[in-house]
Design a protein around this ligand. Structure first.
Ligand code: COA
Ligand code: AMP
Length: 633
């Protein structure tokens, strides 16, 4: 069947389409309804069915004769080590760690927070939770204690599993003191913490609460997979919204297995046994879907990489891994390629490796700029596929689907909506805009399986954030256009979310931290263009009247506060003191105009501005930070 035929079928009869796809999954009990619309606009897929994620990811492959195939290749250029784990071995490790969790009283539906770096034990703990029906919530290692504490209070874990440390180039990040502090800060306390000790930093344990992973595993028994409802949550993954309070995106069990397994064959075009590498982190949705679950559902070998695209040790590390492990498909963020391109513009490192095994490169997390696309195309000689998705959607909204039919690639476009996704661009009044005109990108409900059924404990926020503005549609929060041929171009966010090195952060959350500085009266944070990371947050601070300290001290303290409260991942290093903030007459801060000034793009004086002179002051202050002065056109 052609792409168009499959796409049209998925839209005309989604229940039949996904019902057929779901035959490829192991169920203990089949569904009563493929699609349950009894609570619309909140929809559920495969209600009444029972299954288990871990069974579909691990046990089934051992049963079907793939036990000796590698499930995981862990490659850590930072420690100079590798581990190769077969499906049989993965099953034993997961079953045993599931036994540990059970011994600690973790039951179906209980939450377990995982604060882990890129080591096999992170994958093992995720699968162990799934095995016994517990709901995991992985917290990215680059977040600080305060962010971890917020998540602890929101999902109230019975147990937290952490490693003693993560490893950044040239820096050991001790997780255990961060965890101890987070538990001090949070109102909820977990019953127990299981700590995986790494030799680079051995954690001090708290008697009575902390348990050593290795000891616990020695003293436990294997636990089996339990049947859970297809609609039971598999995990909660927190992501940035417009406020400082993160959103707990829930992924349910059955739909997740169905959609992710389908995506491996149809989007990424990999077959069981192929080596697939998503160079991201288990703390992000890409890591959940494409380091852990999808490749394992599909019987692939997944590469778990602890390193960076450059500096570990050089910009050839991606090529080394592709050639050494026979990687067929690589998935990463454009920023990783920009980093490689910057250090090795001529692609000299590529000449040292044979990467002929690579069949395609998928990029997501931010728009692939044409420069990066062309550099990758020139040097790799394989299709470079930009695809667009979000934590909420769990898999691609738009992508080229080489597993079905490779469509012509257009620079700057993630191609067309994937089967299952009915995308439209709407104007403010909810009317479709003409091809080529920018509008809010929205998806007709119901979203396909594998997307988020809800936000953890926040049904109203779910409705208000995504379903309210355009009734009958899911609002992606992205703006863009659809051309005459149905190709989609995702141009910008419609909210205060910014994208730093493929990581999503909220300017509102950074502003909340800055506003807490005793000398700061008000502030505004915006994402300004950066050639490496796509965007960087830049803060403008207005000081309380009467403050006569050195502004550079206040800037330094503010930067330290953001690192302390949100974490190094916020990459907040640009701030300046300004006299006043530009506002509309109704008091709305004109962040967009300030961004244009910093980005040195054309800007016009907003008609609603309260006092036009303020924008000249802003331009002056930004010039002090090294941004060229940019006067209005
Ligand atoms: N634990 C602790 N700290 C972390 C961390 C982690 N897991 N990940 C990042 N950090 C820290 C970094 O050490 C850095 O700290 P610093 O300010 O002391 O230097 C800061 O957070 C910012 O990190 P990062 O965004 O990784 O920037 P970088 O300058 O170290 O590296 C790139 C730049 C482009 C190489 C890097 O951003 C990259 O590899 N990006 C790929 C992004 C990606 O995979 N996105 C996932 C979506 S697909
Ligand atoms: P996250 O939830 O962290 O995956 O971030 C999702 C957001 O990243 C999207 O809403 C987009 O703003 C942006 N994004 C992700 N992939 C792409 C892409 N291929 N093109 C443009 N923007 C993207």
């Amino acid at each position: 069947m052609t792409f168009d035929e499959i796409y049209n079928y998925s839209c005309e009869d989604p229940e039949k389409f996904w019902g057929e796809v779901a035959e490829d999954v192991h169920w203990y009990k089949k569904w009563d309804n493929v699609l349950d619309d009894s609570d619309a606009p909140f929809y559920r897929w495969f209600s009444g069915a029972e299954t288990n994620v871990c069974h579909n990811a691990v046990d089934i492959h051992v049963e079907q004769g793939r036990g000796d195939q590698l499930a995981i290749i862990h490659d850590s250029p930072i420690t100079g080590s590798q581990q190769k784990i077969t499906y049989s071995e993965l099953k034993s490790r997961v079953a045993r760690f599931a036994g540990v969790l059970k011994d600690l009283g973790v039951e179906k539906g209980d939450r377990v927070i995982l604060y882990m770096p890129m080591i096999p034990e992170a994958v093992v703990s995720m699968l162990a939770c799934a095995r016994i029906g517990a709901v995991h919530s992985v917290v990215f290692g680059g977040f600080a204690s305060n962010e971890l504490a917020v998540r602890i209070d929101d999902c109230q874990p019975k147990v937290i599993v952490a490693a003693s440390c993560g490893l950044e180039p040239g820096r050991v990040v001790e997780y255990k003191p961060l965890l101890d502090k987070a538990i001090e800060l949070s109102s909820h306390s977990p019953d127990k913490c299981v700590v995986f000790q790494r030799p680079q930093a051995v954690a001090t344990m708290r008697t009575g609460r902390d348990i050593d992973w290795a000891e616990a595993v020695k003293n436990s028994k294997d636990a089996d997979c339990v049947a859970v409802a297809a609609t039971d949550p598999l995990y909660i993954l927190y992501t940035s919204g417009t406020t400082g309070e993160p959103k707990g995106v829930v992924r349910d069990t059955g739909g997740g297995i169905v959609a992710l397994k389908w995506s491996m064959k149809n989007i990424y075009d990999v077959k069981p046994g192929d080596v697939y590498w998503a160079a991201s982190d288990v703390g992000w949705v890409v890591g959940h879907s494409y380091i852990v679950y999808a490749p394992l559902f599909n019987g692939n070998t997944t590469v778990v990489f602890e390193g960076k695209p450059v500096g570990t040790p050089d910009p050839g590390v991606f090529w080394r891994i592709i050639s050494e492990h026979n990687v067929k498909v690589l998935f990463t963020a454009p920023t990783a390629f920009r980093a490689i391109k910057k250090e090795d513009p001529s692609g000299a490192y590529l000449k040292e490796y044979d990467i002929s095994c690579l069949e395609s490169l998928f990029l997501a997390g931010e728009r692939t700029d044409p420069d990066t696309l062309n550099w990758a195309k020139h040097h790799l000689g394989v299709p470079i596929i930009d695809h667009w998705w979000q934590t909420e959607t769990g898999w691609s909204i738009c992508s080229n689907c080489p597993g079905i039919e490779l469509l012509p690639i257009k620079d700057g476009s993630p191609t067309r909506p994937v089967p299952g996704w009915q995308l439209e661009a709407l104007d403010e009044d909810g009317h479709s805009v003409k091809p080529g005109q920018i509008g809010a990108l929205v998806v007709k409900l119901p979203l396909p399986p594998g997307t988020f059924p809800t936000l953890w404990n926040a049904r109203q926020r779910h409705f208000d954030s995504y379903l309210k503005t355009f009734p009958g549609y899911y609002e992606t929060g992205d703006a863009g256009f659809i051309d005459e041929e149905g190709y989609v171009f995702v141009m910008s966010r419609t909210d205060d979310v910014i994208n730093i090195a493929g990581h999503r952060l909220s300017t509102g959350a950074i502003e909340e931290v800055l506003a807490a500085h005793p000398d700061v009266a008000e502030c505004a944070v915006m994402g300004v263009n950066d050639t490496l990371k796509g965007e960087l947050p830049l803060g403008c601070l207005v000081l309380n009247s009467g403050v006569n300290r050195d502004p550079s001290d206040i800037v330094a303290e503010s930067i330290a506060m953001v690192r302390e409260k949100i974490g190094p991942v916020a990459a907040f290093k640009l701030a300046t003191v300004v006299k006043r903030l530009p506002k509309t007459r109704s008091g709305k801060i004109l962040r967009g105009t300030m961004k244009k000034i910093a980005d040195n793009t054309e800007w016009k004086m907003p008609a609603t501005i309260d006092d036009p002179a303020i924008l000249d002051e802003i331009s002056e202050s930004l010039a002090d930070l090294g941004y060229p002065k940019n006067n209005q056109t």
